[in-house]
Design a protein around this ligand. Structure first.
Ligand SMILES: *Cc1c(COP(=O)(O)O)cnc(C)c1O
Length: 455
């Protein structure tokens, strides 16, 4: 090991050896990589000492800011006890405490918590649990072998999660390896397939799911949805009432509802969980990203008593959920999560956030008049700014133009980090962001959008 690494050494090691996720590595070789060295609050610092406002919460994970002292302390105290011990046949202290806390704060009777490591693995567990539930129910329903998901949905990158996904750019190549889900139409009001407008449309698009379940519910074990906002699909917001209609339909047709709140959970939409906006109680709730405050990988799949009890029985009955990962329930990650939940209470984070959501909405009005901004969608602290080639016809930029990507590079000159989704510029700041920082974030974004789209 070298004992002194210059910034150039680090960049060289990264370029030669590190394969970055969701990244065209050929472009990376010729770009000027931005490498983070430290952070504080909503600000990231790179290896050259430049500072940037973290406009996307370190990929939607960070909640209360970086290096929050209470979370740091909790992790350090835990590391002096034990860093890791397995949940296979043993327990550990923070995971038991966290399971209780999650059962308490989650909607409805989601009393049983299965831990895993990241959003994809928690989705994977949810899909297997939902399928196995019907197989083990008495009397069993062996024909329920299909999952229903929504077009444009994103549930992670492991194969089960990709099977549930609906984004062709990411998912199409793997099709031969998958057990694909049936797709229902998800509302995308800016580009409504039916050419209708909400609320006059009376959420007509729910008929897609209704039709599917009318004809095939006997074969369907679950519907999986990103409640209120499809994140990676482009920050696509569903109109109010859509989610509760999905809940009604799944109840009526005897199909489980899996709410994937990996992105929307932990305050991102302005409530602790997005389902709360419509008083929806899913049968299975998937949590990840913000669970540990954005500190360490951990995720959870919460289920109702009804689902859980289908897995109980004598060992010989083979009802066990034979599934689990090495680092499941990691004590350091659980300690971070517990500290994050304490901060939500102690700082009344969700209350403090409401005026900031309004302030963000006011600032976003700045963007709506720009000639290449087609749509600005906001739900709490989740924002999608859709850039269009032609505002009147809503003609899209070709994705190979990478307008979103170019905005994200340009905005670094204004001291802001963003990560777009194709032509959609995403803002998803940590909940701790100040109003001054919100102003900076939106002004910088506006100026880069103008620079890239109007020159
Ligand atoms: C990010 C995300 C996932 C996958 O989580 P990872 O931690 O990246 O595996 C799953 N579902 C949704 C809705 C997400 O946004």
């Amino acid at each position: 090991m070298k004992d002194r690494w210059t910034p150039e050494d680090i960049i060289d090691a990264d370029r030669r050896h590190l394969w970055h996720p969701f990244t065209q590595m050929q472009d990376w070789q010729t770009s000027d990589p931005l490498i983070i060295e430290s952070a504080q609050g909503a600000v990231l610092r790179d290896i050259h000492g430049n500072e940037y406002l973290d406009g996307v919460s370190s990929l939607w994970a960070n909640v209360h800011g970086h290096r929050r002292s209470e979370i740091d302390r909790h992790i350090k105290e835990q590391i002096d006890r034990v860093a890791h011990s397995t949940l296979l046949g043993l327990g550990n202290v923070p995971s038991a405490q966290l399971a209780r806390r999650l059962a308490e704060i989650s909607p409805g009777g989601l009393d049983h918590v299965f831990f895993s490591d990241d959003g994809s693995t928690a989705v994977e567990a949810a899909i297997k649990i939902a399928y196995q539930y019907w197989q083990q129910l008495q009397p069993s329903q062996p024909d329920k072998t299909l999952l229903v998901s929504f077009e444009n949905g994103y549930h992670g990158d492991t194969l089960g999660a990709v099977g549930a996904g609906g984004i062709d750019l990411f998912h199409a190549v793997y099709r031969p390896l998958l057990s694909p889900a049936l797709h229902a139409y998800h509302p995308y009001c800016y580009r409504c397939r039916y050419g209708l407008e909400w609320p006059a449309c009376d959420t007509h698009c729910i008929e897609s799911l209704a039709g599917l379940l009318d004809s095939r519910a006997d074969e369907v074990f679950a519907v999986i949805i990103e409640p209120l906002v499809q994140g990676a699909g482009g920050m696509i917001t569903a109109p109010p009432g859509f989610l509760s209609k999905v809940r009604e339909l799944t109840r009526r047709h005897n199909v489980l509802l899996i709410a994937d709140e990996v992105a929307t959970g932990f305050g991102r939409t302005g409530r602790m969980f997005a389902c709360e906006h419509e008083n929806v109680e899913p049968d299975i709730l998937v949590l990840g990203k913000g669970l540990t405050g954005g500190y360490l990988p951990a995720a959870a799949t919460l289920v109702t008593e009804d689902v859980y009890s289908a897995f109980l029985g004598d060992y010989s009955e083979k009802r066990t959920f034979f599934h689990g990962h090495t680092y499941t329930g990691n004590p350091l990650a659980c300690a971070a999560a517990l500290a994050s939940l304490d901060i939500f209470e102690q700082d009344a984070v969700l209350d403090a956030m409401q005026p900031k959501i309004e302030f963000l909405a006011d600032n976003l009005k700045l963007l709506k008049d720009l000639p290449h901004v087609g749509d600005v969608r906001q739900r709490g602290f989740m924002v999608g700014i859709e850039l269009v080639k032609d505002k009147a016809t809503r003609e899209e930029y070709d994705w190979t133009d990478q307008v979103g990507g170019r905005v994200a590079i340009d905005v670094r000159n204004h001291g802001v980090i963003l990560r777009p989704l194709g032509n959609i510029v995403v803002l998803m700041p940590p909940l701790c962001i100040t109003t001054d920082q919100i102003e900076t974030l939106v002004a910088a974004t506006a100026s880069s959008i103008r620079h890239i789209t109007e020159s």
